[in-house]
Design a protein around this ligand. Structure first.
Ligand SMILES: Nc1ncnc2c1ncn2[C@@H]1O[C@H](COP(=O)(O)OP(=O)(O)O)[C@@H](O)[C@H]1O
Ligand SMILES: [Mg+2]
Length: 1110
């Protein structure tokens, strides 16, 4: 842990005056000057901050600075007002201690600025959020409003606060601001009517006249020209660097933010205007019969305008300026006012009006900024009050007296609280408490405020006393009562000591304040203390219709006539200061003491006498002495051990035990005299700053040694590591280089070898190639030569053989011709001239003969369907050969025909007819071709079983067979005997031979069969015929082709009717009784064997499934 104590490190002068050595006024001021010259405007006295006014903006109030000081220890950074604000805020927030910040110093020393800095710092570091920010804004914006009405340009300060201000800022438990309460003390109201040379009235008058719009001014019946108003002194009406018009807008805005209503702002401005108007009312004397002068208003215009502004009856006010009513014991006495009294009354009214307006403003602001929540809150009070005011030429009056009294009180609580805190710390730390000698100013406070014989009490007494009362009678009284008081000095007092003191004028008294002697002139004390406003005036004001005005003068209410005198100014002030002191005593104080470096409001100038004076009356030296009375310096054991541990071997570099023991060891080792320090519970207390500086000096020297040691070790370490690194690197580099060089060499040798190798190989290869090429060429040459040679040989042989063959052929031809010639010559004598033709014919005849004879043996069979025929031997026989074949076929057929009987012929005719009817139309047909048509399958004539049936049939039976009659109800067949004769067909029972139906052929119109291989057929009868009564027949037969053919033939031969119509189709209608039923044939699988099956599908449909023919 590095303990930073900026008070000791890098300091310009000393940051804390407590450490000043030697301590005297000169060194104190020298230290301030040194720091001031280096722009160090803040210096501590323990926890008190001395602030020098830099009179220029320094870059030390930036947001970055705020961050720097935020949450840091007070002594950690260089002295700053932010450090104090932070300390106060943190102990408020974290330790729940109410705080007050007391800012003192003379006018222009920077108190108001300091208070604003504290407030802005607290605003920056405390909580954020919409509500919180609004509160902050209102608190901050109350400043411009109060400054406009309560500040004025003075000789010392262009923006001098002419009132004391104490502001309580309230925080919740988290440290977020809730609101605030402002108290104001003693506004310097005399300024309203009269301003010292080089000064001016309160800012608001000038701001209103320069900044308000023409409209507003007209409404307020005002003129922009300052010179029109008696109350506005003309010298320094404008101030360099102050823009009144802009300030007016700022104030206007601020009032809005703080929460003033539009009409409230208007009322306030009306009152300000009224004050200006009031100043312009002038009086003239008017002689009365009784010889006294009576005042009269000179020019009634301003009076009229003012009355209009405030809604006052002009006559009432006018009368109030001329008469005064005194009420005593139920009696009313009216006396006239002379001109001087009238002016006095006017000014008193103006002052009262303005100061009451100011108080009202404070109350109104308080109403806006007061904390809403009723919860308990923590409070930080900021007191910006005038410091000691001493006018050198003894021109101090009642105001200074009051102000100085206030400072005296503040000093008292300062002493009380500081000493008490000091004392408490000693007790807390268990250090023996030795009484500190310091000047207690309680005695001076007593001189002023004592209820029996205090100066204020006597002033009041004098004011209330009947009879003539003047400032001189008051001084006389003081001279008697306070004569013995050590701090009271007066020429005429009973204390003969001052009889010859010429620095003390007769009309003055002097008080030895704790900060110096102040000479007060008694003139005006009584008047100012009385602060009298004639009742007629307050009643006139109360009668105004202007509501704010009415509010400001409640005592003017005739219903509440109070005969008691109002409390005097001194009394009021004493009471409010008493209240303030009680308030401050409950809080933890933090002091800022402001010092003005020069009287010129200029930067960089340090007027020693001026500073010295302030240091004196602010009691800063006392402050340091009190702080140093016991032990000048204290620090916690941990941080002091951390800071000085290098001074002792045992504690350096680490101390393992408790910090306190470490410090003890350390201090013993450093042989610090025992009376120079004391051990507290958590802190070490050092009596003399010199001891601390000795320690610091030793620490510095030790640090130097340590630094050298560290440097030495570090340098050694660095060189060694550097060397080791270099060495390591060198080895690496060398290894790499060697490797590289070897690699290079090896590669060079390798490539040289390769070159040589390749040359040798090339050379060898070329040699072999040459050899091989030579051998190849030789071989080729040999082959070529051999080929040429063989070719030559072969061609020669071929030529020779061709020659031989040609010659042989020539010989043969010649021989043949020769032979032919020889033969022809020899046989010519044996042949006649036409022998050739005879030979030809003979040859032809022989050939023909041979052909026919041969044909006889090669003749084909007699079957007409035998297609074979021998091949022809010669071309020229073509015609004869095919003609012979045709003739032979016809002949063979004739022979075949010749062997048929009449019966057989009829059979073939039937077959022929069947072929005409069914060929290519019904699939059943081909299987019937090879079956002979037997006709009578039942052998009806021979079989005795059918005897009866036979006899019932008249004609010859052409066909008798068993058929199946299809039952239309279920499609099943029942066997019937079917007989066909020349004229009709009969259906009979199979078992009994009983005739069931006999139908004459002419009644048969058509027969329907399918195209398939089934045996179903329908016999359709002529409509209307007797046989048709029972409907058509649907039958099936195994000999369907024969049956139909016979039926057709028979029908065809019946003389008187047409052929029976044969209808071949897969779907036909059959008439059963009344209904027509459709018989439909479908191709079915062979599941019922090979026979077709009939099945009734519905009433109108019989479906015959026919197995597909194989
Ligand atoms: N911290 C500061 N930095 C810059 N200027 C300052 C500072 N404090 C005071 N001043 C200047 O000094 C003037 C008077 O300061 P002010 O606070 O009004 O004095 P006081 O309230 O003590 O009479 C200010 O108007 C400003 O110009
Ligand atoms: Mg001020």
């Amino acid at each position: 842990m590095e303990v930073k104590t900026s008070l000791l490190d890098n300091m310009i002068g000393v940051g804390d005056m407590v450490l000043l050595e030697p301590l005297n006024e000169n060194s104190f001021i020298e230290n301030l000057r040194k720091r001031f010259d280096h722009n160090e405007i803040y210096t501590y006295i323990g926890s008190v901050v001395i602030s020098m006014n830099p009179y220029r903006s320094l870059p030390i109030f930036t947001p970055e600075k705020v961050e720097e000081y935020r949450n840091r220890n007070f002594y950690e950074l260089s002295p700053h007002i932010y450090a104090l604000a932070d300390e106060a805020y943190r102990s408020l927030r974290d330790q729940d201690k109410d705080q007050c910040i007391l800012i003192t110093g003379e006018s222009g020393a920077g108190k108001t600025e300091a208070s604003k800095l504290v407030m802005s710092y607290v605003a920056a570091v405390c909580g954020k959020g919409q509500e919180v920010n609004k509160v902050k804004e209102q608190l901050l914006q109350s400043n411009p409003v109060l400054e406009a009405f309560g500040n004025a340009k003075t000789v010392r300060n262009d923006n001098s606060s002419r009132f004391g201000k104490y502001m309580d800022i309230e925080f919740d438990f988290k440290g977020d601001p809730l609101g605030g309460v402002i108290s104001n003390y003693l506004l310097e109201k005399s300024r309203v009517c009269k301003q010292p040379r080089g000064e001016r009235n309160f800012h608001i008058f000038y701001q209103l006249l320069s900044g308000a719009s023409n409209d507003t001014l007209t409404k307020l019946k005002l003129d922009r020209d300052f010179s029109k108003y008696n109350y506005l002194s003309l010298d320094s009406a404008t101030v360099n660097g102050l823009d009144d018009a802009a300030s007016f807008r700022t104030v206007w805005n601020a009032m809005q933010i703080v929460g003033f209503m539009e009409d409230e702002v208007q009322s306030v401005l009306e009152l300000v205007a009224a004050v200006l108007k009031l100043g312009n009312i002038e009086f003239k004397p008017e002689s009365r019969v009784n010889g006294f002068d009576e005042s009269r208003v000179k020019d009634k215009n301003d009076l009229k305008e003012m009355c209009e502004l405030l809604g006052i009856e002009q006559s009432v006010l006018e009368r109030a300026f001329s008469y005064r009513t005194v009420e005593a014991k139920m009696e009313k006495v009216s006396t006239t006012l002379n001109v001087a009294q009238a002016y006095y009354a006017r000014d008193a009214l103006a002052k009262n009006l303005y100061s009451r307006l100011f108080s009202w403003l404070v109350t109104r602001i308080n109403e806006s900024i007061k904390a809403q929540a009723k919860t308990r809150h923590k409070v930080m009070g900021v007191l910006d009050i005038y410091g000691f005011e001493i006018f050198e030429d003894g021109d101090n009056s009642f105001e200074q007296f009051i102000i100085n009294y206030c400072n005296e009180k503040l000093q008292q609580i300062f002493i009380e609280l500081t000493l008490r805190e000091e004392q408490e710390e000693y007790i807390r730390e268990g250090i023996e408490w030795t009484n500190i000698e310091y000047f207690n100013n309680a005695i001076i406070c007593d001189l002023i405020e004592n209820n029996q014989n205090g100066i204020l009490a006597m002033l009041d007494e004098e004011c209330l006393r009947p009879g003539t009362v003047t400032d001189d009678t008051f001084l006389d009284k003081l001279n008697t009562i306070c004569a013995e008081h050590q701090h009271f000095e007066s020429r005429l007092s009973k204390n003969s000591k001052f009889l010859t003191d010429h620095s003390l004028p007769h009309s003055c008294f002097r008080i030895q304040h704790y900060a110096g002697k102040v000479l007060y002139r008694v003139e005006g004390f009584v008047d100012k203390n009385n602060d009298l406003l004639y009742r007629d005036l307050s009643q006139a004001m109360y009668k105004a219709t202007h509501s704010l005005m009415k509010q400001l003068f409640p005592e003017g209410n005739p219903a509440k006539v109070n005969l008691k005198r109002p409390p005097t100014a001194g009394f009021q002030f004493k009471a409010s200061v008493g209240g303030l002191m009680r308030n401050l005593q409950t809080k933890n104080p933090n002091y800022i003491r402001c010092i003005k470096p020069n009287d010129k409001k200029a930067a960089h100038i340090f007027t020693e006498s001026l500073v010295c004076h302030q240091v004196r009356y602010l009691g800063l030296m006392e402050n340091v002495r009190v702080r140093r009375a016991g032990y000048a310096f204290r620090q916690s054991y941990e941080s002091s051990l951390e800071r000085y541990k290098m001074l002792c071997k045992q504690t350096w570099p680490h101390w393992r035990g408790a910090a306190r023991d470490g410090v003890e060891v350390l201090l013993t080792d450093c042989s610090v005299p025992a009376e120079e320090f004391a051990y507290g519970r958590s802190k070490i207390f050092i009596r003399n700053p010199r001891t601390l500086f000795t320690l610091e000096e030793r620490r510095r020297a030790c640090l130097e040694d340590l630094a050298t040691l560290i440097q030495k070790i570090y340098r050694g370490w660095r060189c060694r590591t550097q060397f080791l690194l270099l060495k390591k690197s060198q080895v690496v580099v060398a290894a790499w280089y060697r490797r590289y060089a070897q690699q290079k060499k090896y590669q060079k040798i390798k490539s040289a070898t390769l070159v040589m190798q390749s040359f040798i190989r090339g050379w060898k290869a070329r040699k072999i190639l040459r050899q091989l090429k030579y051998e190849k060429r030789c071989k080729e040459a040999v082959t070529t030569i051999a080929a040429y040679w063989h070719g030559t040989q072969a061609r020669r042989e071929l030529r020779r053989l061709k020659e031989v063959a040609r010659r042989k052929h020539a010989v043969a031809v010649i021989w043949a011709y020769w032979q032919g010639l020889q033969v022809r010559r020899e046989y010519r004598k044996f042949f006649r001239a036409n022998a050739g033709k005879k030979i030809y014919n003979f040859t032809i005849q022989r050939i023909m003969q041979k052909y026919f004879l041969g044909l006889k043996t090669t003749m084909p069979s007699m079957s007409p369907i035998d297609n074979t025929w021998p091949a022809r031997p010669y071309m020229f026989l073509e015609g004869a050969h095919s003609e012979l074949r045709r003739i032979f076929h016809f002949w063979r057929c004739k022979k075949y025909q010749g062997q048929f009987t009449e019966e057989k012929k009829a059979v073939y005719e039937e077959k022929l007819e069947a072929s005409e009817i069914f060929k290519d139309k019904k699939a059943l047909y081909p299987s019937s071709v090879s079956q002979p048509f037997k006709g009578d399958y039942l052998e009806i004539q021979k079989n005795p079983k059918y005897q009866k049936l036979n006899s019932a049939v008249e004609d010859k039976v052409l066909l008798a067979d068993v058929v199946n009659k299809i039952n239309r109800a279920n499609g099943k067949g029942a066997p019937r005997l079917f007989l066909l004769t020349k004229n009709n067909f009969v259906l009979a029972d199979q078992k009994t031979g009983q005739v069931k139906a006999s139908v004459p052929l002419p009644d048969l119109t058509s027969v329907s069969v399918s195209t398939q291989s089934d045996g179903f057929f329908a016999l359709k009868l002529k409509e209307g015929s007797a046989s048709a009564a029972k409907g058509d027949f649907l039958l099936s037969s195994e000999h369907l082709i024969e049956l139909i053919t016979k039926l057709h033939r028979t029908g065809a031969t019946a003389a008187d009717r047409d052929q029976i119509n044969i209808d071949i189709s897969d779907e036909f209608l059959v008439q059963f009784n009344q209904d027509k039923v459709c018989v439909k044939f479908i191709q079915g699988g062979p599941k019922n064997g090979n026979s077709a099956a009939c099945k009734r599908k519905n009433n109108r449909l019989l479906e015959v499934s026919v197995p597909s023919s194989p």
